[in-house]
Design a protein around this ligand. Sequence first.
Ligand SMILES: N[C@@H](CCC(=O)N[C@@H](CS)C(=O)NCC(=O)O)C(=O)O
Length: 222
Amino acid sequence: MKGDLKLFGAWPSPFMYRVIWALKLKGIHGYEHIEEDLKKKSDLLLKYNPIHKKIPVLVHHGKPICESLVILEYLEETWPDKYKLLPTDPCERANARFWLKYQEDLGSTILKVFLPDGGEEQERAVKESLEALKNIENELGDKKFFNGDKVGMVDLAYAWLLWQEMMQEVANVRLVDPQSFPKLWQWMINFKEAPIIKDNLPDRDEAMAHFRLELADLAKQA
Ligand SMILES: N[C@@H](CCC(=O)N[C@@H](CS)C(=O)NCC(=O)O)C(=O)O
């Protein structure tokens, strides 16, 4: 392992899991995990991510790298010969980056699906999310994973769909189900069963209990 590596995270953040999976897929062990309380952030987190004040932050040789996808790119560049997260062909790489950006642009829309008070904004978010999910399903096609037969960066980025599936059960809002999105559904199963991933997923019951509390908090604030 190259030098000193620390990961600031907060269970069960899907953004943090992206980094954990990438580190483990690349076989980078021995990093230090620092668990943050997001209601009482540490001075170190605020120092390392003063702009967004969010986890995950990876600190390598004392230098912070913020934003989960930026961290994944950093890991790919720093350890290029270990498990490859991006395709090597420039055109395929560009396509992977297109879908990485697509899911980032979709983030705030998906969150609005879970607005506690519903209404027009939520309806619009559901409609837009369903359209986007159709595009994502078409991109996936009959492939096992987005880049073929091995988990890659795009899969790690879209793994929030697993969180979405747990949230929809808690919030009683349905976006993805096996009938309307059979390929995405199968991909979620493939992803959960993939080596490394399957041993590093949050416990479903504990995560659902956490989401119930979060949604109750959101409803109180609304
Ligand atoms: N775009 C960021 C999102 C990270 C994010 O939203 N982290 C949440 C936890 S899931 C956080 O730290 N929230 C604290 C806050 O908003 O104050 C990434 O990809 O790293």
